[in-house]
Design a protein around this ligand. Structure first.
Ligand code: G3I
Length: 357
């Protein structure tokens, strides 16, 4: 009895250890890259443990913040590329696929962009000039180094209509077509993507599909739809994820999971009781850890099933310590823990990838 127990424990340790040596990038099917969104301490090299892990595990990177409008162009007459250059070089040095995120978004864009000279909102022509200048400058700088760009991010509302962002209000619905046109002019070889979340909701998905069909009807270049994949343990369901990838791929475009993470914390109002809002402050119960592992196995099962459609899977952050989902709480949404050790979810993903048919 004791002997077999030791054997089982020993085998378990062996499996865990074996998995530690495995690299996700070596297990992905042909034509599907695996990546991670990285932060400044990572691409500058100060977080060396993270750098080792990223280098070993992934063949694609996305910038969590550094290539957004505000950090790259904080003022009309000022571009700042020190950090962005380091991000791009990090990927180039490692022969990784480098993605750009994001050119046109309502968030992380300076208020000056939308202001006219007289304190009123900027008019259409001014906004289009600013958009073109920004896209030309940023995309042009990394021509040949950035493989693909999230050209427009989060432009569709939950009901499928156009989000009334300052870009849409100031320019009109065709601001999206213009952004794709400018991006293609700036780097004709770069892939161009539309990126959004909650695509498993039918109304929103229909709005996104209509939008990409409109871009295609205008003969504009668009290569892929980015499905952010900020998901939870139970939602969206595997069926919904499955249906969504089929419909998105029905447009003829590639599908990418661009910001994958699994949020384990409840949606609670500000000021909620900490025991409700932050239930895992003292650690994640094993039962939830196992549920997370099963969830990751299930979603990777869908990705593999649709390997004809899915060209990329990107985690939004490396380890639980790096995730935007903490925001003052303790969340556990990724494959590596706060000590950068692989979690059961990592092993589960490895198993699914190894056993793929
Ligand atoms: O840069 C300032 C820094 O100077 C300051 O000291 C610090 C103090 O809070 O704030 C820093 O800015 C923060 C920035 O992240 C960089 O760390 C912002 O406050 C914070 O709001 C910002 O959050 C980012 C968020 O986008 C902004 O909307 C998250 O890190 C980033 O993970 C998140 O990413 C988005 C995707 O771009 C689009 N899809 C959703 C996804 C998650 O929200």
């Amino acid at each position: 009895m004791m002997k077999s127990l030791i054997a089982i424990v020993g085998f378990g340790l062996l499996v865990a250890a074996a998995h530690q040596d495995v690299a996700l990038k070596d297990l992905m099917p042909k034509g599907m890259v695996i990546g991670v969104a990285i932060n400044q301490r990572q691409f500058e090299g100060t977080d060396s443990a993270a750098v080792d892990l990223i280098t070993k595990q992934f063949n694609q990177i996305s910038p969590e913040n550094v290539l957004k409008f505000q950090p790259t162009q904080p003022a009309a007459d000022r571009y700042t590329f020190d950090a962005a250059d380091k991000y791009v070089q990090f990927g180039v040095d490692r022969h990784m696929q480098v993605v750009g995120h994001t050119l046109v978004w309502h968030s992380q864009t300076g208020a000056w962009v939308f202001e006219g000279a007289d304190g009123k909102p900027a008019d259409r022509d001014t906004l289009l000039l600013r958009m073109r200048d920004h896209i030309r400058t940023v995309v042009g700088r990394y021509k040949g180094k950035i493989h693909g760009w999230d050209v427009v991010n989060e432009a569709i509302d939950e009901d499928g209509s156009m989000r009334k962002s300052p870009w849409q209000v100031g320019i009109g619905d065709d601001y999206i077509a213009k952004a794709f046109e400018f991006a293609h002019d700036a780097d004709p070889d770069a892939e161009l993507y539309y990126n959004d979340f909650n695509l498993e909701k039918p109304a929103k998905r229909a709005g996104v599909i209509k939008l990409v069909q409109d871009l295609k009807a205008r003969k504009l270049r668009i290569d892929g739809i980015g499905n952010q994949a900020h998901w939870r343990l139970d939602t969206p369901t595997i069926d919904e994820i499955d249906r969504t990838v089929v419909e998105l791929h029905g447009t003829g475009l590639k599908v990418m999971y661009t910001e994958l993470d699994i949020n384990l914390l409840p949606n609670t109002p500000r000021g909620a009781d900490p025991s409700v809002a932050n239930p895992y402050a003292n650690g994640l119960p094993d039962e939830i850890q196992q549920q997370l592992a099963r969830r990751y196995a299930d979603v990777f099962g869908v990705f593999l099933k649709h390997r004809d459609a899915v060209t990329r899977v990107t985690f939004w952050g490396l380890s639980d310590a790096d995730s935007w989902l903490n925001r003052g709480r303790m969340n556990f949404p990724l494959l590596w823990d706060r000590q950068r050790q692989p979690k059961p979810a990592f092993n589960a993903v490895v198993d699914v990838l190894r056993n793929r048919k």
